[in-house]
Design a protein around this ligand. Sequence first.
Ligand code: MN
Length: 320
Amino acid sequence: MPAITADDITALPHIPLPAPDATQRRILSITTAPHGLEGEGFPVRRAFAGADPRHLDPFVHLDQMGEVEYAPGEPKGTPWHPHRGFETVTYMIDGTFQHQDSNGGGGLITNGDTQWMTAGRGILHIERPPEALIASGGLFHGFQLWVNLPAAEKWTPPRYQDIRANKVSLVTTYDGGTLLRVIAGEVAGHEGPGVTHTPISMAHATLSPGARMVLPWPRDFNALVYVLSGRGTVGPDARPVAGGQLAVFGDGDVITVTADQQQESRAPHLDVLLLGGRPIREPVAWYGPFVMNTHAEIAQALADYQAGKLGVIPADHIGN
Ligand code: MN
């Protein structure tokens, strides 16, 4: 897992333990992500499947892409396709993804990089492994998160942000046992580089065996922990979790994740994705690549797409 790391974790800024009277957030649900296929057929795990959408708000969708070891010629992506009404956040842990959109955005993201695309009022894009990686095959592992936009911002102009791995804020916990990579928003006052319309926090944490991560979490944010690999427990009742599981936390001040002392040798750490955001609390009409408030807006999005109003595939486009 070559997402950005630190030579000496103990030299990083430490997040102090929250006050002992801070309210622990309890666990509302733990769900296991089913396997599926996306785009031209790349393997994903649907991380949010089975969770209550009200607990996920402002997030609507999370795919763990891979982890998969491709044979030469096998890597797959998506064809050109539209989006409207939300933001896509793609975080690559292993491997490389190439992106191009109808708004002039695009680039390569690899090993710890994040790409943030605000679809807003409409965009076309393609996401695929670069030609060299298709030829060679190799390891591929990442995430794509969909962050909803409130009605007032669904028509915002599209925007593209490249967040390089070396821009991510690296911090540790009071015991130095956890490496936290803050990608967007802030965790305990440590800000990540991602700029979001909807207030959120996003971080990737790696816990050493036996480490306990106790983090202050904004009261007005929801709190989600998705386990990439390893074993541990979450919440004040130490509910067990393992790779491919999503824990939803309830209200309170603090979230706790603890890594088991014994881990499997193929995944010696507990790796989790931390997500929090301010709920939008509006009706959600979601159809395919569009996330709007009403069915009429979905019909409008389909009509606008068919009329070419969501964007034009650039002349120098990649893929097909
Ligand atoms: Mn897409």
